[in-house]
Design a protein around this ligand. Structure first.
Ligand SMILES: Nc1ncnc2c1ncn2[C@@H]1O[C@H](COP(=O)(O)OP(=O)(O)OP(=O)(O)O)[C@@H](O)[C@H]1O
Length: 228
């Protein structure tokens, strides 16, 4: 069986560090599943996300053993542009992810880099902005939005690349309760369209929408038993 995400006996050691932070990770995520990974700060959650979205090994050049695969293809064999059409990541800080003067420009940026036609870009922007329910802000400046709304725009800018897999790396850490509710609703709606979703959190109360939760501890994944 080919999984959207599969990780096989993965080890990773940052350059200059004495020990591996990931020490034998195995994970398989089926299409349409929402999987949560919880772990204390510094346990390697972001590092694991980097292995799935190509930042490792394409940008960080530490020691990697084992593999992360997207639809059966090793991430290490794909270039970053190819990875970005398969997996999109929403990171923790919305302000570091937005840089365009209008929301429309922000969401169009990815498809423009794919050299698509004007019509196709405009269609993708409309579809992505509607998916996150932010259509009325299309021509606004993103800097005036709330944290939760900014994360929805970061999500829309990823959706415009039409990835099958979405990773939320502590995407709710800096967001108020109302914003978290909004983001969780969109995650459930995206699952229902068949997207495969990985949510990484240090606070497991944000993972109530996950189909299953794993805990990252001592470099390995275990089934979450209700406490860290
Ligand atoms: N670029 C890097 N170079 C060297 N060490 C790093 C690098 N990035 C992270 N680390 C180290 O790897 C460990 C795991 O970091 P990581 O960010 O993956 O953990 P995390 O579980 O996501 O933590 P947090 O919840 O605080 O983001 C930490 O000890 C961190 O200092």
């Amino acid at each position: 069986m080919i999984y959207p995400i599969e990780v096989k006996n993965l080890y990773y050691q940052y350059a200059g560090k004495e020990e591996s932070i990931l020490r034998g990770i195995n994970l398989q995520i089926r299409k349409g599943e929402v999987v949560g990974i919880v772990g204390l700060s510094g346990n390697g959650k972001s590092t694991l996300c980097y292995c799935m979205c190509g930042i490792i090994p394409h940008i960080y050049k530490g020691k990697l053993k084992g593999e992360a695969l997207l639809f059966g293809e090793p991430v290490k064999n794909m270039d970053l542009a190819a990875v970005a059409t398969k997996v999109g990541v929403v990171f923790q800080d919305p302000d570091t992810q937005l840089f365009s003067p209008t929301i429309e420009d922000e969401i169009a940026f990815g498809p423009e880099n794919l050299c698509l036609s004007r019509e196709e870009i405009s269609e993708r922007v409309s579809e992505a902005i509607d998916l996150v329910g932010m259509g009325k802000y299309r021509y606004s400046n993103p800097y005036h939005l709330s944290g939760g709304q900014k994360q929805l725009i970061a999500l829309a800018s990823i959706l415009s690349l039409k990835p099958e897999i979405l990773i939320f790396d502590e995407a709710m850490a800096q967001i108020d309760t109302e914003g978290r509710k909004l983001i969780k609703e969109k995650i459930v709606a995206l699952k229902n369209t068949g997207k495969t979703i990985l949510m990484v959190e240090h606070d497991f109360s944000n993972l109530d929408i996950a189909d299953r939760i794993m805990v990252l501890k001592d470099g390995k994944l275990e089934v979450f038993q209700g406490k860290l």
